[in-house]
Design a protein around this ligand. Structure first.
Ligand code: F6R
Length: 612
């Protein structure tokens, strides 16, 4: 997730870009850059200074001459390190064309090979730079910036929101989108583009939210929108009356709701470009070769909190697909228990931040013991990403709410992708099953999108159980870590007592505390253990607990056994946790809000825990 901005026709264009980038920083802050049109010349500044990137950019551009047009970018690296060379804007060979991009160009490698063969010099390690060079070629052929961009976009696969400018048409900026968000607006002789509304809200309240496959020509005070087939369309303008804070949350009440809603996109981005058209899996920086993967005879996943739960969910799939034994360890315990490690062990750290000190130390301990190490993380170039032998990035974008939501589902999806890759290399999964599992992973985006929209049923249940204070979350199989995560979310943000348990373990102690007033949330979605789960439900009901059941659509028979039910679309048991987590997040959210708490900043917690 990156942020882009552009303006033409404003005397204070550079300030507009810098103010906009500040507002877009939540979308990424590995590096930032601007390119402006100064006397028919492109002038560019780029800074890779972590969280300080935009501030430093403001500092270095102080005193620059007045310009009327430019584009800007704040980066959340997905391809290539977060350094200055990879920072946007990217230029073509002549330096007369500049481009900013949010998204992922999936076929960048093959496009780059063609460009290099035709004499272009590419200087960065990004998926974006190819676009600048493709447009450069087509600009010579067509003589029109908008036409060159339109034709270039016909050659790419993937997601994009772009802004392009060229000295050939110094007043013009061309923008376009597919999947990645893009808005344009106009006010007082100036035209603007941005990834979202807050970036330009101080300049205009009249915006157009572009649709997929639309391309826009921005001139001072004039905007022409076309479909990518070239046909002009009349865009639907919108007047924004939110204040800036509401706009930053995209109109949602808080970041947690926004991030819950972003989960379908987080899943899609995590999978994007990683399943090749022939069905094989392409992992960007998976630097363990096939022989190393074949030699692995034990996998240990290490993680904390929600990432630990994501790893537990993935264990079920890993073992079934790869037939390699998988242990999942709490990172803070791992290195103190003298684990058995050798060169055939693969230690996988799972950490959205890539910085949790316990997980970092656990991965280091794995390396010291001679194991191969890898990490699954959301933050490019985080300490773990730099130190591990291999890394697989989730692409959920920055997560601001302290309670993790979208990074958890993205971690599960990334781990499952990795499991399928390992299974494929080792030949432990036949072709048909492999394709079936890949298809199931790809269908999760749609299932989660559907589940997110069903918040009203969850809210009704949360309101109905009123002021309950004790919660047990029960699950079996992959539903067990789902239950653990449901309980964690609830206690983190609502400060209520909640425990996650495997359904079968109930009789070995916890039943003693089940009594009227206690709420049991049971994962009773499809799978071979559903009947057993329902027997556990009967046990708690007979002791007076109030039961909330998570059930598959249409399973009225199971639903009838709960006091309340939450319906979810069904999915194969290994993949079900990804969409089953959504109503659990929403449940915790509604209870916390009902109790008047700030869900984004729960007490006693930090987003990244860097002390043991
Ligand atoms: C829960 C939560 C924490 C983190 C844990 C690990 O909502 O956010 O439990 O999951 O602190 O953090 P990372 O994944 O950054 O290592």
């Amino acid at each position: 997730m990156c942020g882009i901005i552009g303006v033409t026709g404003a005397a204070d264009a550079l300030d507009i870009l810098l103010d906009g980038l500040e507002r877009l920083e939540y979308r990424g802050y590995d590096s930032a850059g601007v390119a402006v049109m100064n006397d028919q010349e492109v002038v560019r500044w780029r800074i890779a200074d972590g969280t300080q990137s935009v501030a430093t950019l403001r500092h270095v551009t102080q005193g620059a001459p007045e310009v009327h047009a430019g584009i800007g970018h704040t980066r959340w690296a997905t391809h290539g390190q977060p350094n200055e060379t990879n920072a946007h804007p990217h230029l073509d060979c002549s330096g007369e064309l500049a481009l900013v991009h949010n998204g992922i160009i999936e076929n960048h490698a093959e496009l780059a090979a063609g460009l290099v063969a035709r004499g272009h010099t590419l200087v960065s390690v990004t998926d974006t730079e190819v676009l600048a060079h493709l447009i450069e070629e087509l600009l010579v052929e067509t003589g029109s910036l908008v036409e060159a961009v339109r034709q270039a976009l016909g050659l790419v696969r993937g997601a994009f929101a772009i802004g392009v400018m060229s000295t050939r048409e110094p007043d013009v900026i061309v923008a376009a989108r597919r999947i990645s968000p893009l808005i344009v607006g106009r006010h007082d002789g100036a035209s603007f583009l941005a990834s979202d509304i807050p970036a330009i809200l101080e300049r205009t309240r009249d915006v157009v939210i572009l649709e997929d496959d639309q391309i826009v020509e921005l001139r001072p005070g004039a905007i022409v929108v076309r479909n990518l087939d070239g046909k002009e369309v009349t865009p639907r303008a919108m007047h924004v009356d939110w204040d800036i804070e509401a706009a930053q949350k995209d109109g949602y009440d808080d970041y947690m709701t926004k991030e819950i809603a972003e989960q379908p996109r987080a899943i899609a981005d995590t999978l994007r470009g990683r399943v090749a058209p022939n069905g094989s899996i392409v992992l960007d920086r998976f630097e363990l070769n096939e022989d190393q993967v074949k030699a692995v005879n034990k996998i240990i996943m290490v993680a904390c909190g929600s990432s630990f739960h994501a790893a537990l969910v993935a264990k079920y799939a890993f073992e079934r697909w790869t037939r390699i034994p998988v242990e999942v360890d709490i990172a803070s315990e791992f290195r103190y228990r003298d684990p058995v490690l050798d060169s055939q062990t693969l230690v996988i750290g799972v950490s959205q931040s890539g910085e949790s000190v316990d997980t970092l130390q656990a991965v280091r301990h794995g390396a010291e013991g001679g194991a191969a190490t890898m990490v699954v993380t959301n933050v490019v170039d985080s300490t773990m990403a730099r130190e591990a032998d291999a890394v697989l990035y989730t692409r959920a974008g920055p997560e601001i709410s302290v309670a993790s939501t979208k990074t958890v589902v993205a971690s599960i999806v990334a781990l499952q992708l990795l499991g399928l890759h390992i299974a494929r290399v080792r030949g432990s999964l036949d072709d048909a099953s492999f394709q079936q599992e890949v298809a199931a992973l790809q269908s999760l985006e749609g299932l989660v999108a559907e589940t997110v929209t069903r918040d009203a049923q969850v809210k009704a249940v949360a309101e109905a159980i009123g002021d309950a204070r004790d919660f047990f979350f029960l699950g079996r199989h992959a539903g067990y870590p789902t239950a653990l995560e449901g309980a964690l979310k609830l206690k983190e943000i609502s400060y209520l007592h909640a425990e996650g348990y495997p359904g079968g373990e109930l009789k070995h102690g916890p039943l003693a505390v089940i009594e009227p007033g206690c709420v049991v949330v049971a994962m009773a979605t499809g799978g071979p253990l559903k009947e057993k789960m329902l027997s556990n439900v009967a046990e708690v009901k007979s002791r007076g607990a109030t039961v909330i059941l998570l059930v598959d659509d249409g399973d009225d028979e199971a639903a009838a056994q709960g006091d309340y039910r939450i319906f979810v679309p069904s999915a194969p048991e290994l993949h079900a946790p990804v969409k089953d987590l959504v109503p659990l997040q929403q449940f915790a959210y509604f209870l916390a809000r009902g109790r008047g708490f700030n869900v984004d900043r729960p007490r006693n917690l930090a987003k990244t825990v860097t002390v043991e």
